[in-house]
Design a protein around this ligand. Structure first.
Ligand code: ATP
Ligand code: MG
Length: 655
């Protein structure tokens, strides 16, 4: 390895700043340092005891059955109900008056639902679904905006043991149809429309369109009235929720299901390849959801106000909006709108209003807030915050530091949580009150989780080296397969390394043994035979004061194999950056050379207005790579805004 490449690989792990929690935080922390030893001593006993966070109708006797690996069975002879665990038992224990959901609507109105009210709502909806013909085991598609009814719909399905398939409300009719058809859903739950940036966008027409040309399994469509106004109505098929609700009883006996009964199917966002229907089941999933939520977010049920900004259309909205928080009897904010409507301080206004104490969001949201400028959050009282979380992508050290200082007042621990739709719950993360945190690193596997970084041959790497992230022990919330395609499950995750789950992400261990995520394996570049991570170069660019966001790709190059191509979005708030494009580009290229090493210097660098992102906010490097290599841009159907990619393609062509 040349010196240059060695420098590059070393760069991120040279982060030496660490932040220890305050002694006050340590004293009151939920997570105990002994968790690591307990899990180390007897992993299955550890998970057995975590399962006691739940109420079981029939206790299980066996913890894990791994004889048919990679198909796991956890707590398989126990029975329980997820909705009972998330709602009823809190009412039974005398907490029915505690707020479960603080709903903030896009138009500035709000509503509170107590646990007792949630119990009534989901019981009514469970009765309505049963009347519409849904039986235990039938699939229900949910296509709703981010309103309390989305959580009610999921819990109502769980109550009758009907696996749900939530489809993000921003997806098109085509995307909805293919997901309905793959899961053969019997009922779709939707709304007439949704509020977005002061406008009312129709939602039900997409369901009508999807069902006009397919989706034959669907018999009924249950429609929540959100925006009002006229909607096309299909008599005999469509049912208004508010009308059915009137006649529905608020009494409903939950259906007790086996621990391995499927709870939901969720299609991955499609940053890579075709969407896959990831299957999660009941007992193991809820155990790890509750356990990780409680320990990673330091949850104190009676005092915390928690807010996870994810949409229920993504796995984060399943595990850390609905199931984990509600299993732990948390009071939480659910917000319908966008961060910039009606103004760019909207999120911080909500934090102030509800005195949010635990806040969980994504690097893309944090970088966007950085771009808007720190004087915006400075207008609000954020002193209620006690802990901040991040998920979805690796967080650049620069963004981490900003998050800590500007939002967290230099006082809140940050938990950078690595996990996937497939893992069901958090796998790698600091534990607040225990781990001294490090900007940009997810650091350590949680107690009870086996994660490692291995080389091409599957051998664990030494500290200071990079490789592939793998999971080497089964975990309770692990996916149980891909809906309808067990072979694809084995092939995608279990064939790369014998006996190891291949996560598809590149990673590195630093000198302390901490884990750094380097992005997807496809995003690791090969420049003159040296492996460089797109993530490292992006982090270097973002650490320059002019740059708000950046995306780096490796483009085919005749001489070096691949060449570094960078796209940068500039900060809004920088008056002193040059206006001359060439000057900007030269300075930023030189900066990367200085920060990482000459080999990492982008061969081409473009200043752009926006980066192409999926609807969950992840950068689609695949498309940027198409452009950098002079190809027609590939499938843009999962992009939030397809015009962004066109603008970039035009710019690159004119270069
Ligand atoms: P698809 O699998 O369809 O391409 P996706 O992988 O984006 O979509 P998710 O399951 O939501 O869908 O995302 C999981 C991925 O997100 C991880 O594999 C990893 O690449 C990235 N990720 C999530 N959290 C972190 C984190 N804290 N640090 C680094 N990367 C993260
Ligand atoms: Mg993935």
């Amino acid at each position: 390895m040349s010196d240059d490449a060695a420098t590059a690989i070393e760069n991120l792990s040279q982060e030496t700043r660490t932040f220890s929690p305050s002694s006050e935080f340590v004293q009151n922390a939920v997570a105990r340092p002994s968790l690591y030893q307990e899990a180390e001593r007897d992993r299955l006993a550890f998970w057995r005891s975590a399962a006691s966070l739940l109420s079981w109708k029939t206790p299980f006797t066996e913890t894990l059955d791994w004889t048919d690996a990679p198909f796991a069975r956890w707590f398989a002879d126990g029975t329980l109900n997820v909705a009972y665990n998330c709602v009823d038992r809190h009412v039974e224990s005398g907490h029915g008056d505690q707020a479960a959901i603080l709903a903030e609507y896009e138009d500035g109105t709000d509503a509170t639902y107590t646990y007792a009210q949630v119990k009534d709502e989901i019981s009514r909806m469970a009765n309505v679904l049963t009347d519409l013909g849904v039986k235990t085991g039938d699939r229900v598609a949910i296509y709703l905006p981010m309103i309390p009814e989305a959580a009610f719909a999921m819990l109502a399905c769980a109550r009758i043991g009907a696996p749900h398939s939530v489809v993000f409300g921003g997806f098109s009719a085509d995307a909805l149809r293919s997901r309905i058809e793959d899961a053969e859903a019997r009922v779709v739950i939707t709304a007439d429309g949704q509020n977005r940036r002061g406008k009312q966008l129709p939602l039900k027409p997409a369901v009508d369109e999807a069902l006009a040309t397919g989706g034959d399994s669907v018999e009924k469509v249950l429609v929540v009235r959100r925006t009002g106004g006229d909607v096309e109505w299909n008599e005999g098929r469509d049912v208004w929720w508010h009308e059915a609700r009137e006649d529905a009883s608020a009494e409903h006996e939950p259906v007790w299901v086996e621990a391995e009964h499927p709870l939901f199917i969720l299609y991955t966002s499609g940053t890579t390849g075709n969407p896959k229907g990831i299957i999660h089941t009941t007992g193991g999933y809820l155990t790890q959801a509750a356990y990780t939520h409680r320990n990673v977010f330091d949850i104190k049920p009676s005092t915390d106000v928690y807010w996870c900004t994810a949409d229920v259309g993504w796995v984060t909205g399943h595990t850390y909006v609905v199931y984990g928080p509600m299993a732990n009897r948390t009071t939480q904010v659910i917000y319908e709108g966008t961060p910039d409507s009606p103004h760019q301080g909207r999120w911080w206004e909500i934090v102030e209003k509800h005195k949010v104490s635990k806040f969980y969001s994504s690097p893309t949201a944090i970088r966007t807030a950085m771009k808007w400028g720190e004087d915006i959050p400075a207008k609000y009282d954020l002193s209620s915050l006690k802990l901040l979380g991040s998920v979805g992508e690796a967080i650049n050290p620069e963004a981490w530091m900003w998050y800590r200082r500007v939002i967290g007042g230099d006082r809140c621990p940050i938990v950078d949580t690595w996990w996937q739709t497939e893992t069901g719950a958090i796998m790698i993360s600091p534990l607040p009150g225990i781990t001294a945190t490090k900007p940009g690193s997810a650091q350590v596997p949680l107690p009870g989780i086996g994660a490692d970084v291995v080389d091409e041959s599957g051998k664990p790497v030494e500290n200071g080296e990079g490789g592939y992230l793998v999971l080497d022990k089964p975990w309770p919330a692990m996916l149980r397969g891909i809906w309808g395609d067990p072979e694809r499950f084995k092939e995608t995750y279990w064939s790369r390394f014998e006996g190891l789950y291949f996560a598809g992400d590149g990673a590195k261990r630093d000198e302390d043994g901490d884990i750094w995520l380097l992005g997807r394996v496809d995003d690791v570049m090969n420049i003159s035979g040296h492996r460089l991570s797109t993530m490292e170069i992006e982090s270097a660019l973002v650490s320059h004061e002019w740059v708000a966001e950046s995306a780096v790709v490796g483009a085919a190059d005749e001489t070096t194999g691949q060449a570094v191509v960078a796209y940068c979005v500039l900060n809004n708030s920088n008056a002193d950056s040059p206006t001359d494009n060439d000057e900007l580009v030269q300075e930023l290229r030189a900066w990367v050379g200085k920060e990482i090493g000459p080999i990492a210097k982008p061969k081409r660098l473009f200043i752009v207005n926006e980066l192409p992102k999926t609807r969950s906010g992840k950068i689609m490097r695949r498309l940027l790579k198409d452009t950098a290599e002079g190809r027609q841009v590939g499938d843009t159907s999962t992009l939030a805004d397809a015009s962004v990619m066109q603008a970039i393609a035009d710019e690159v062509k004119n270069d």
